[in-house]
Design a protein around this ligand. Structure first.
Ligand code: LRH
Ligand code: MN
Ligand code: MN
Length: 393
C-alpha cells in the first residue's frame, strides 16, 4: 500500500497560525553595554508603559500575546491590576523572572552565597516572585543565577551546589500545582572562574532531582562557541525536560542581539528539532520567549523583527519534507538527507507568512504597519517627565 504523502505546507499553515512568542518587558527599556547606554525617545517609564509597547508588537504580528516580567525591575504595588491592564491592551502577563543579581549583598552570590543571611534574602525574593505569579496567573517562574566565583579556591564548588539545591527545593515546594520552575543556565558572566549553573547538564540534573514541574530554559546565547544547541534541544525534548527558550543571537558571548540575526541557519536547525520533538504540537507546554536588548536599534521594531525571524525559521523547519528525510536517512543517503534539509532552509517563506497574516486580518508587513501607525512618535510626545526605564529599573 502506498503511504500517503502529506504536503508539508498544510502542517506549516496550521502550526504557524497558532505559534506564539513571548516578549521580555526589559527589551523595551533603555539598555547598553557597560561602556554606554544610549537613551531613545519615547522609551517606557514604568511597567505599564512597557506592556503597552509589547501590545503594539502583538497588534501587528498577532503572534506575541504574552509579556514576561522581571522582578524587581517591573515592581508595582498591584500585580493583579497590572495583569488587568495587560488584558485591556489585548495581551497577558507570562513568565515571571526573578532577579537575585543586582544588590550589593549578592557580590559573592545569591542562593549559593556562603552567608546564610544573604541566602535567606535571595530565597525570600524567589518566594515573593511566586506570590507575584499567584496575582498575575503566571505559569512559569524563571530562575537564572549569577552565582559563581572568580578565583580558584574562593569558595567550595561542591558546597555551593548543596546550597543551590536547598534553595531550589524550597522554591519548588512553594509552587502551586499548575506552576513550573524554569532553570536557566549560562556558561559564564558575571562570574568568570566557576558558575554554579553553567550548562544544560547541571540544570537538567537539578530539575530531575526536583520533579516533574522543574524544567530547563535554553537561552540560545548562553553557550560556548560552536556548541550544538539543537542537540541539547533534541535531548531535553526527548526526556520531557525542555521548558522554554530565551531566544537571542550571539556573535561572541551573551550579546542579546535579535534572534535569527547572527545565524539564521542555526535557528532553523533548532526549530527543526523543536518540530521533531513535538514542542509545537497543540498540547506542547514549551514557552518560546525572546530575551533581548535593543541597544542601538528601535526597540518595538526590533521586537517585531525578532518575532518575524522566529516565524520564518519555524516556517522553514515545518517545510522539511519529513517523509523524504526519513527515507534518505534510512537508506544512508547522506547527501540526499542533507539536501532535504537545505531545500527547506532555502525556501523563501515570506509570502506564506504574509498570506497567513492577511488571513488573520493583519497587515502582511508588520514592520511597515508599525511604522505607519505613528506609535513611536506618539509615545515620544506623550512620555514626558519621569525617568525612562533602563535595563535594571
Ligand atoms: C542572563 C539572562 C537571564 C536574565 C536576563 C535579563 O544573562 O539571560 O535570562 O533574566 O538575561
Ligand atoms: Mn536569558
Ligand atoms: Mn543572557
Amino acid at each position: 500500500m502506498a503511504t500517503e504523502h502529506h504536503d508539508p505546507r498544510d502542517l506549516a499553515r496550521t502550526v504557524l497560525r497558532r505559534q506564539s512568542i513571548e516578549l521580555p518587558s526589559w527589551a523595551f527599556g533603555n539598555s547598553g553595554t557597560r561602556f554606554k547606554v544610549f537613551g531613545q525617545p519615547g522609551v517606557p517609564r514604568d511597567p505599564w508603559e512597557k506592556i503597552a509597547d509589547a501590545a503594539e508588537v502583538h497588534r501587528h504580528t498577532g503572534a506575541a500575546p504574552t509579556v514576561a516580567l522581571h522582578i524587581p525591575w517591573d515592581r508595582v504595588d498591584d500585580y493583579a491590576a497590572l495583569a488587568d491592564h495587560a488584558r485591556d491592551l489585548g495581551v497577558r502577563i507570562g513568565t515571571i523572572n526573578a532577579n537575585v543579581f543586582q544588590d550589593d549583598d549578592y557580590k559573592l552570590g545569591s542562593v549559593a552565597n556562603p552567608d546564610p543571611a544573604v541566602r535567606r534574602k535571595a530565597l525570600d525574593h524567589l518566594h515573593a516572585c511566586v506570590d507575584v505569579m499567584d496575582a498575575t496567573g503566571s505559569r512559569d517562574l524563571k530562575l537564572w543565577f549569577a552565582d559563581g566565583t572568580n578565583y580558584p579556591g574562593q569558595d567550595d564548588l561542591r558546597t555551593r551546589q548543596d546550597r543551590l539545591s536547598e534553595a531550589l527545593h524550597s522554591v519548588y515546594d512553594r509552587l502551586g500545582t499548575n506552576q513550573r520552575l524554569q532553570l536557566e543556565y549560562k556558561l559564564f558572566e558575571p562570574a568568570f572562574y566557576s558558575t554554579d549553573v553553567p550548562d544544560w547538564g547541571t540544570a537538567y540534573a537539578h530539575c530531575l532531582e526536583l520533579g516533574e514541574r522543574a524544567v530547563v530554559c535554553v537561552d540560545t546565547g548562553h553557550h560556548a562557541p560552536h556548541t550544538n544547541i539543537e542537540f541539547i534541544v533534541a535531548f531535553l525534548l526527548r526526556s520531557g525536560k525542555l521548558g522554554s527558550f530565551d531566544f537571542n543571537s550571539r556573535f561572541y558571548a551573551d550579546d542579546d542581539l535579535m534572534v535569527g540575526a547572527a545565524d539564521p541557519f542555526q535557528l532553523f536547525r533548532i526549530m527543526h528539532e523543536v518540530v521533531r520533538g513535538g514542542a509545537l504540537d497543540e498540547d506542547s507546554e514549551v514557552a518560546f520567549m525572546l530575551d533581548q536588548c535593543h541597544n542601538i536599534e528601535p526597540k518595538i521594531a526590533g521586537q517585531i523583527r525578532s518575532v518575524m525571524n522566529v516565524q520564518e525559521a519555524t516556517a522553514k523547519a515545518l517545510l522539511i519534507d519529513t517523509a523524504e528525510l526519513a527515507a534518505a536517512q534510512q537508506e544512508g543517503d547522506v547527501l540526499g538527507a542533507n539536501a532535504v534539509l537545505m531545500d527547506a532552509f532555502n525556501t523563501d517563506v515570506r509570502p506564506l507568512l504574509a498570506e497567513l497574516r492577511e488571513e488573520q486580518g493583519l497587515d502582511p508587513d508588520p514592520m511597515a504597519a508599525h511604522r505607519r501607525s505613528g506609535y513611536t512618535e506618539r509615545a515620544a510626545a506623550e512620555r514626558k517627565g519621569g525617568t525612562q526605564a533602563g535595563w535594571g529599573a
